[in-house]
Write a protein that binds this ligand. Structure first.
Ligand SMILES: [Zn+2]
Length: 443
């Protein structure tokens, strides 16, 4: 059976079949660059990076796009406060964002569209919506006319009546309906562009839709993001896209759960925020990555010190095994053996194909680690290297790096001499070499 994915649009597990043969197009909503990202923001960054790796492992040709929202009220506010430009604020936090991505082992997307590079496209998109009666301009603010769509609420499974009563609290007197959302905002402060509707800037929901269409047309397979983006952001993306192009923008909508800190949503105002930049070491980045990847992706993660310690222990265990086996394999010249255990790989695929059943994957990994350690002790090196290769294949797919390099020639030489001395029962000499290896942190 192929990959089964939970589609938020249908609320069902579905067999994954991209629209265009072997090609997969993915779009994941990226950050608004006005601050550093916290470990909750890192969850989608990590999950979709893994998904891209896994789709590639399955043989798909993946194009992964994730945008940068570089125009927004918060960016403008920060620019004014810092007496600088929006561009300077956005560039600084975009760089910080990619540093954080690297820290948690996530590669850059293939396409990184910036909202401000597509302003003309956004203006003509909004104009088209107006021309077709899906949008209206009131004093320079343009709104989407929700009532013109039959099935608004399709993603969040809400009916318009319920949504309306919820939205009425923040009723904007200018709009025809409280559900209508801004496509273009008339602005007095901060960066703005000229348009047929007046000076202003595009709304966030419009930015993502236009960049999506520009990159993929109607060929988007996966649209991802955090669960909190489902409504209104993704709902409103679908509404605009449907109005002009007749489809739900993406075939599969995938949403990743929240990460809570001590049982509460992380928020700057509550002061309970851990920033990715503040993780001390790259190892801490990988422990976070493991913790996030091995938690069921649609559930809330309750982040706690206990949970971190649990994964830190796992990580140490993997590292210990990895070190011993890599050096042994290097010493015995086994690294040319690239075979893997096919039945383990099959199990890995079977679990991942069940909508990323990561808990079974973790059990499989730990079984493999046990077998590696057993075969190392019993000197069954053939089995050891095959299981080790399998372990590596899975970890590459997950993007978990253990940061252990093979020995350099000098180190390998001492390692060999240490083993020879032990075999010759020259313990004094063996101890000298051992001291050297310990100095290098190899044993
Ligand atoms: Zn978006």
């Amino acid at each position: 059976m192929g990959l089964q994915i939970y589609n938020s649009l249908t609320n069902k597990l579905e067999e994954f079949k991209p629209q265009n043969g072997n090609k997969v197009n993915m779009y994941v909503c990226g950050p608004t660059v006005y601050n550093y990202i916290h470990i909750g923001n890192a969850r989608p960054v990590i999950f979709y990076d893994m998904m891209r790796r896994y789709l590639k492992f399955l043989g798909y040709e993946v194009t992964y796009a994730s945008n940068i929202t570089d125009v927004d009220d918060k960016i403008i506010k920060k620019a004014i406060e810092g007496n600088t430009t929006e561009k300077a604020v956005a560039t600084m936090f975009e760089n910080a964002y990619f540093d954080a991505c690297e820290k948690v082992g996530s590669k850059k997307p293939d396409d990184i569209p910036h909202a401000t590079d597509f302003i003309n496209e956004m203006i003509s998109f909004i104009q088209k919506l107006i021309d077709e009666g899906y949008a209206y301009n009131i004093d320079g603010d343009v709104f989407f006319r929700v009532s013109k769509l039959d099935d608004y609420g399709i993603l969040s499974n809400q009916v318009t009546d319920d949504l309306e009563s919820g939205a009425r609290i923040s009723v904007d007197s200018k709009k025809e309906s409280p559900l209508d959302f801004a496509l273009w905002k008339k602005t007095d402060v901060g960066i703005k562009w000229d348009s047929p509707f007046g000076e202003g800037r595009p709304g966030w929901h419009t930015e993502c839709v236009v960049m999506n269409y520009k990159l993929f047309g109607t060929g988007l397979d996966i649209h991802g993001g955090g669960m909190d983006l489902k409504f209104p952001h993704h709902e409103n993306e679908i509404a605009q896209f449907k109005a002009l192009y007749g489809t739900n923008l993406a075939k599969y909508w995938i949403h990743v759960g929240r990460l809570d800190l001590a049982g509460a949503k992380m928020s700057k105002s509550l002061g309970n925020v851990i920033y990715v930049k503040d993780l001390d070491t790259k190892k801490d980045g990988m422990i976070l990555r493991s913790l996030i990847l091995f938690s069921p992706y649609r559930s809330i993660i309750n982040y706690s010190e206990d949970l971190v310690n649990q994964y830190a222990k796992e990580y140490d265990k993997w590292q210990r095994m990895y070190k011993q086996v890599l050096y042994t394999a290097q010493y015995l010249d086994l690294l040319n053996n690239k075979n893997v255990d096919d039945s383990d790989v099959l199990k890995f695929k079977e679990y991942m194909n069940q909508d990323f059943n990561v808990q079974n994957v973790l059990t499989l990994i730990n079984d493999i680690v046990k077998e590696i350690n057993t075969s190392l002790r019993s000197k069954d090196y053939d089995k050891m290297i095959i299981k080790f290769n399998t372990f590596n294949l899975i970890f590459d797919c997950l993007g978990i790096n253990l940061f252990i390099e093979p020995m350099n020639p000098e180190q390998l030489d001492v390692y060999k001499k240490w083993n020879e001395a032990k075999q010759n029962k020259n313990f004094e000499l063996a101890d000298q070499y051992r001291g050297k290896l310990q100095e290098w942190n190899l044993i």
